[in-house]
Design a protein around this ligand. Structure first.
Ligand code: PLP
Length: 375
């Protein structure tokens, strides 16, 4: 028996969606061509864009299709920074690498503030208030942290920013499909999503950009995407993204309930089997599908390898550190404790899993624990 429990890294591409997209592949035109074949493709693309927009309560022209969330985050940040002479920009020290690294690179040129998350995994809104300057042009804060599942106080943050010029960008990649993502309710100026985290394909994503908000394009060329992102649209994958978003949105209550039940069963079983662990962050303020555990009795690298050999597929944290087990920068930022960061593992669940899957994970963890410590 094998169990994949790493859905925050990526999700399998929904077969139903894949088949539907393949079935429409004969509409092959370039949406920018002005003949019939092009117009057919353009009409389809427009229809998909409308459905993407509706899933987050936005307008079709507010959607910029990108190659994924990494590109969308780069576009949001660099596209805002590039429009100002001496901007100040704020983010947090627990962001995904695509935000963190981009901010770090810009910090050589611009004034940048990284807000600190505390042990609960959350940033303090008072810190944000204190950090705002008259030249702050961007605040980029994720909704759900990809390593701990922590839900940032984005509604309060939006309230603070209401009377400030700074744009509010939200990386909502790990939130969509698990909790409500409504750009109006969130008062987001920009918002990022990715296809492959919601049972769509890899290599497609989007940036929501509020009507009237200006951004300098980072990929230049033709006037695609209203001149905000050049390049012929990947029409089939845009359809897949639209279908994945619609499905994730309409099935959200059922999916998140199932994830929550699996997570709870998992934690209860770990306790029952007397495997020592601590939850990283505040378990009551985390998304339904993610939990990050500190196992003081073993390095994550050893555990991951041992679990891999028994068919349990899980990560120490973000998959973005390309195949290496690095101490998680998120756990490190929260606890300022490198040992804890090296001994923590993220489990991320899916509605596709069953209770027997979580029991199998615990049973294998128990076997490893007993091998190490006898009984
Ligand atoms: C996966 C992820 C990304 C990157 O998405 P890609 O589409 O793989 O580029 C960005 N932010 C968060 C929070 C993620 O989990």
């Amino acid at each position: 028996m094998s169990v994949y429990v790493d859905y925050a890294s990526t999700t399998p591409f929904d077969k139903e969606i894949m088949e539907k997209v393949m079935a429409g592949a004969d509409v092959f035109g370039n949406p920018s061509s002005i003949h019939r074949i092009g117009k057919d493709a353009k009409a389809k693309l427009q229809d998909h864009r409308t459905r993407i927009a509706e899933s987050i309560n936005a307008k079709p022209k507010e959607i910029i299709i990108t190659s994924g969330a990494t590109e969308a985050n780069n576009l949001a940040i660099k596209g805002t920074a590039g429009r100002h002479e001496k901007p100040h920009m704020i983010t947090t020290d627990i962001e995904h690498a695509s935000v963190r690294t981009t901010y770090q690179n810009l910090s050589e040129q611009y004034d940048v503030t990284f807000l600190k998350a505390s042990e609960d995994g959350l940033i303090d809104v008072e810190d944000l208030k204190d950090s705002l300057q008259s030249n702050t042009v961007l605040v980029s804060i994720m909704l759900v942290n990809n390593e701990t599942g922590s839900i940032q106080p984005v509604y309060e943050i939006a309230k603070v920013l209401k009377d400030h010029q700074a744009l509010f960008h939200i990386d909502a990649v790990q939130a969509f499909g698990h909790m409500e993502v409504d750009v109006e309710a969130l008062r987001a100026d920009m918002l990022t999503l990715s296809g492959h985290k919601i049972y769509g394909p890899k290599g497609i994503g989007m940036l929501y950009l509020r009507e009237g908000t200006k951004l300098s394009a980072q990929i230049t060329g033709g006037s695609h995407e209203l001149s905000r992102r050049a390049g012929t649209e990947n029409t089939m994958w845009v359809e897949a993204l639209a279908l994945a978003m619609e499905k994730a949105d309409s099935d959200r209550a059922r999916r998140s309930l199932k994830e929550m039940q699996l997570k709870e069963r998992f934690l209860n079983e770990l306790t029952a089997k007397e495997i020592p662990f601590e939850v990283n962050g505040d378990v009551n303020r985390q998304a339904s599908h993610i939990v990050n555990l500190h196992f003081p009795w073993s390095e994550a690298e050893f555990l991951l390898t041992a679990l891999d050999m028994t068919g349990i597929y899980v990560s120490a944290g973000s998959a973005c550190n390309a195949g290496t087990v690095q101490p998680s920068h998120v756990i490190q930022a929260m606890y300022d404790d490198e040992e804890r960061a090296l001994k923590s593992i993220r489990f991320s669940f899916s509605h596709l899993m069953e209770e027997e899957d979580v029991l199998e994970i615990v049973s294998q963890l128990k076997a490893i624990y007993e091998r190490l410590y006898g009984n």
